[in-house]
Design a protein around this ligand. Structure first.
Ligand code: UDP
Length: 328
């Protein structure tokens, strides 16, 4: 099969590309390297076994000519390109909204023109400020005011979902929506705020671990390879189109407990440092206090089950950060 991955040099996109290459697909990626990186794909780009199977286009998904050609060539499209990370979004609000909304609209238009099945990566951010767990696909969505820019990301991803579902309803296009919860693993950078690579780097350097707020907020982390297998199962299935699926893990942990776990796992002398949200982000910043996915739907439909526990995830991330920092 020929597969197009938008954002294929990003953290999740590059792991997806690698798994699809391993199973024998021809993989085409497009990435503007805004948050992705050539380092993420170098390992398999330079593998002679994939020389005739892996094709890289460094371009924006808003480039119509490039996208027409790639969508025309490929059988299916994984649309992974998006603005990522709370820090990045607060710093580049306009660009983030444009990439998410215009980019997705363009891809859906082309997939419809060429009748190509498309999976759109949405985000658990769309749930907004819920306190209950687990979050299920039919839950109401709760946002703060439009003056708080964190919610612009949720709203733009929600608009992507509506547009995709409208293409399914009105044009019969095969569109699958996935809401990805906190995904972690090797190659993820802490540069855009993501907590685990940041804490691991801080712990390995014996620096304070910067816990925002009082650290009581919780997350449920999923290993990137588990997420990739969920994405591929949804795409390969013939009864997932026109629907929304959570993909996420099962171990809920508070951020302060996560920090302590990472300090222990790294044998570090670091201490936890609590940093008020307004210092870390901006005045009146609103965090999501709790985020646990309901995964019954994807489990029932395609047998999805996260395989990697948090300890294994952390040890893999620690190894990869050590390599990046050249620590032995
Ligand atoms: N966080 C933190 N310190 C950091 C980075 C993040 O305490 O250096 C917190 C952040 O405020 C959030 C959680 O860790 O409550 C997860 O943050 P991340 O950016 O990884 O993902 P989010 O769930 O916010 O999209």
């Amino acid at each position: 099969m020929r597969v197009l991955i938008t954002g294929g040099a990003g953290f999740i996109g590059s792991h997806l590309a690698e798994t699809l290459l391993e199973r024998g697909d021809d993989v085409y990626i497009i990435d503007d390297l805004s948050t992705g990186s050539m380092d993420n794909i170098r390992q398999f780009k330079e593998n002679p076994a994939y020389a005739d199977h892996f094709f890289v286009t460094i371009e924006s998904i808003l480039n119509h000519d490039a996208m027409i050609e790639l969508t025309g060539i490929c059988d299916v499209v994984f649309h992974m390109a998006a603005a990522v990370g709370v820090r990045y979004i607060l710093k580049h609000p306009l660009e983030s909204i444009k990439t998410n909304i215009e980019g997705t609209e363009k891809i859906l238009e082309l997939c419809n023109k060429f009748k190509k099945k498309v999976l759109i990566a949405s985000s658990s951010e769309v749930y907004g400020k819920h306190m209950h767990a687990p979050l299920v696909e039919t839950d109401n969505l709760i946002y703060g005011p439009s003056t708080k820019f964190r919610w612009s990301y949720a709203a733009s991803k929600l608009m992507d979902e509506f547009t995709g579902l409208a293409y399914y309803r009105t044009k019969g296009l095969n569109v699958i929506i996935t809401r990805l919860f906190n995904t972690v693993g090797p190659r993820q950078t802490g540069a855009y705020g993501m907590v685990i690579p940041r804490f691991v780097k801080q712990a390995l350097k014996n620096e304070p671990l910067t816990v925002y707020g009082d650290g009581s907020q919780t997350r449920t982390f999923t290993y990137v390879k588990d997420v990739v297998s969920g994405l591929i199962s949804l795409m390969d299935s013939d009864n997932t189109a026109g629907e929304v699926f959570n993909i996420g893990g099962i171990e809920e942990i508070s951020i302060v407990n996560l920090a302590e776990k990472i300090i222990r796992a790294c044998n570090s002398s670091s201490k936890v440092e609590l940093i008020p949200y307004e210092e870390a982000f901006e005045k009146d910043f609103e965090d999501m206090q709790r985020r646990v996915p309901g995964i019954e739907k994807i489990k029932d439909r395609v047998g999805f089950k996260p395989q990697t526990d948090l300890d294994t995830i952390l040890s893999n991330v620690i190894e990869s950060v050590k390599k990046r920092l050249s620590i032995t």
